[in-house]
Design a protein around this ligand. Sequence first.
Ligand code: DNO
Length: 387
Amino acid sequence: MIESWRWFGPEDPVSLRDVRQTGASGIVTALHEIPNGTLWPEEDIAARRRMIEAEGLTWVVAESIPVHEDIKTGAPGWERLAENWAETVRALARQGVTTICYNFMPVLDWTRTDLDYELADGATALRFEFLAYAAFDLFILKRADAASDYSDAEVEAAKEWLGKRDDAALNRLTANIIAGLPGAEESYTLESFRARLESYRDVDREQLFRNLKGFLDIVVPVAEEVGAVLAIHPDDPPRSLFGLPRIVCTAEDLVRIRDMHPSSANGFTLCAGSLGVHPDNDIPSIVELLGQHIHFTHLRATRREQDPRSFHEDAHLEGDLDMVAIVRALRSLERRTEKAIPMRPDHGHRILNDLSGTSTPGYPAIGRLRGLSELRGVTRAVDALGF
Ligand code: DNO
């Protein structure tokens, strides 16, 4: 595995020098400043690559080239946006960046209700609390069809949850959900969020699958031609939110996407934390199932709570996942394919000096370093013991 680190660009409070000190060698980044749907100029890609190389690091994955909403809804003109996306793949490949992460989540990228959920030891974690989400949906967003998604008891519980929060807490909840978490690239007000949801009125799961297929028909041949590989990221969390369809949630979904284009350029990001929230997802067997279509991995663990629709992010080797089994499956895949997969420790708790400094939600330096070190240890042990 190529030990890698997500870096949000020159504004990231964790510098490239810091990254180097973690022992990681790969950088995962994007030109976050470029609006969705716009071609990334090759000279900007080259400048970013030089900046990374000047620190002795290598840009190993572009995460993400955002997929414009019009491609996901199939709005008029979506083909041109997909062609732009493919042109960005060409430009990245010419600059030596050939692994491309993206997602196909409608409207929102990854979603959490709490970015500073305090754990027993004083560290903080990211959390998705079902009742907070329901309270936002029903009483803050006031989504038209929301009530039909909840039982009477859930509506009551959400109301009670809301009643115990002050304005500051509710504003924070709203911002966490719609203002855009790091890497999400889109940010909404309540008004623009409602309008976006409306644009999916005629897009159900089947239509979204068709729209993904249309997109892949344009971009996979280009990736093949330039020697790049595409790695779709699973939906996080892996279930429908706000009545929107989500199609990258289960092993069945992943196989369906793989079968749209059998070429290995049509591939996946194995995000253990996202897939792990769904109780049916057995991640080591997903690694077997997708095999050479896995081009990138995000390793982190989640823990489902008493209400299993709620979860928080646990330490990298804890939670509901068997991380040792996941690492073993990935190492065995790498041996079979003779290809090293870039891996980044995904997210991390805020611990130690993270708690007093500024950090990007989910991406503190020390919490991630703890994750990386633990994963490095597991990997070395798996190799040394010949598991
Ligand atoms: C969250 C990330 C997501 C992910 C994108 C991939 O931390 O895993 O932002 O990068 O969804 O396109």
